[in-house]
Design a protein around this ligand. Structure first.
Ligand SMILES: Cc1cc2nc3c(=O)[nH]c(=O)nc-3n(C[C@H](O)[C@H](O)[C@H](O)COP(=O)(O)OP(=O)(O)OC[C@H]3O[C@@H](n4cnc5c(N)ncnc54)[C@H](O)[C@@H]3O)c2cc1C
Length: 385
């Protein structure tokens, strides 16, 4: 794990897919960088899901087959020097009615609050992925591990008001780390807490306060050996996504899929972020997801060997900030906001999109310094422009 030193070219905040991809880009560019992660294990939403019975997938492994998605995957492929995207697969989403799979045609008249998040998964064809996203995260981590600092939560931004730039971040309330440029991949809504209120204009504070996102709740199941996945799923490695609809009184749905080879299944639902820290609300929403799964497939306790629930706070949704330069606050032009909720895409594609955009911004702001014996690349100090 990383040792800290005086001044970095780049500090990246958050070691999920976005932060790790960006860190690999910094490594490729030969920059002096540090990746800070609040939790004890990197990976964010894709951190390994390990249970006593083995490993469970951390995502649904779904990316719609679009030109943009392929372009973003190609960027990650280049960093990992591996092929990640296979052919497009026609695996139309399904739903379950009276115990049978039917094509999923939409939510009809159900009043679904998180409908745009689910719509992301209601697309076909999908890209057949050569490896699952949790493995991408592992491989990225291998590349940048020596520059990752875990249990390092950024609790404050230090603004140099005279030079109008971010000069440092404080981690865990007491340690100061300085860099020329900073990338923030955490939730946009937490920025108001990270800046001293006096450092931001009222307009910026109000804009950030409006940033509303969603928290992802997931249920990962390991099935017993005798369990046979229901018939009717596409007989390919990447089985169809299945939408499970609640009744009119419990409209929020869940989406998920079976992984026949691993004998597991993963299910996903969303709650508004303001309820993400309300354990009773989140617990109730998780029980609802479990009820939908058990009801759809008539699963009894014997069909489930173990289960793991996860909560990824404020990671989903789309937010637009009206700033002079995209993804930058006027008060701190050397802080690039790379949270996926700022992307026009969603989910994994949004994470890869923000890492790509942030990397392009970084390259555009690199200067060559003639330091003998070799030429070095350094990040231009935007605050002094
Ligand atoms: C179960 C599940 C299945 C999914 N399946 C799919 C799928 O099939 N297809 C799809 O498109 N999308 C899917 N998604 C969504 C997708 O995984 C995420 O959108 C994506 O991984 C987000 O990556 P990220 O790095 O941007 O954010 P995150 O994974 O949230 O990582 C952000 C990291 O930043 C850290 N952080 C935040 N603030 C600070 C701070 N102040 N200091 C230090 N560290 C900080 C957090 O601890 C976290 O580790 C799924 C999500 C879940 C939960």
């Amino acid at each position: 794990m990383a040792k800290t030193s005086d001044l970095y070219d780049v500090i990246i905040i958050g070691a999920g897919l976005t932060g790790l991809t960006l860190a690999a880009k910094c490594r490729q560019l030969g920059l002096k960088f540090l990746l800070l992660e609040a939790k004890d294990i990197p990976g964010g939403s894709l951190r390994p899901n390990v249970t006593q019975e083995g490993r469970l997938p951390s995502s649904l492994g779904f990316i719609p087959d679009t030109h943009l998605a392929r372009e973003r995957l190609a960027h990650l492929s280049e960093l990992l020097q591996d092929t990640l995207a296979g052919e497009g697969l026609e695996v139309p989403p399904l739903t379950v009615k009276s115990g049978e799979f039917k094509p999923f045609v939409g939510f009809a008249d159900l009043d679904i609050k998180s409908v745009e998040l689910f719509s992301h998964f209601n697309q076909s064809p999908a890209i057949r992925l050569e490896s699952m996203p949790d493995h991408w995260v592992e491989r990225l981590l291998e590349l940048v591990e020596s520059q990752v600092m875990t249990r390092a939560e950024v609790t404050q931004f230090v603004l140099d008001a005279a030079e109008s730039k971010l000069s440092a971040v404080i981690i865990n309330g007491d340690k100061t780390l300085t860099a020329k440029s900073f990338f923030f991949t955490g939730p946009v809504s937490s920025l108001n807490e990270l800046f001293d209120a006096r450092d931001l204009s009222q307009k910026s504070r109000q804009m950030l306060a409006k940033a509303k996102s969603w928290t992802a709740l997931s249920l990962h199941l390991k099935h017993s050996e005798s369990f046979v996945p229901p018939e009717g799923l596409a007989p390919v490695e990447q089985s169809n996504l299945v939408f499970l609809l609640g009744s009119k009184n419990e409209p929020e749905p869940a989406v998920g899929r079976f992984f026949p080879k691993e004998n597991t299944s993963s299910w996903l639902g969303f709650i508004p972020s303001e309820f993400g820290e309300d354990s009773e609300f989140a617990g109730e929403a998780l029980r609802h997801i479990k009820k939908l799964v058990r009801r759809a497939f008539a699963l009894d306790e014997a069909a489930i060997v173990s289960e793991k629930i996860t909560l990824s706070a404020e990671t989903q949704g789309q937010i637009s900030l009206k700033t002079k330069s995209p993804n930058q606050l006027n008060e701190a032009p050397n802080l690039y906001l790379a949270s996926p909720t700022l992307s026009e895409s969603q989910g994994l594609e949004a994470a890869l999109d923000m890492a790509l955009q942030a990397g392009q911004w970084l390259e555009a702001n690199l200067v060559e310094t003639e330091s003998l014996p070799t030429k070095e690349l350094r990040v231009r100090d935007l605050g002094q422009e």
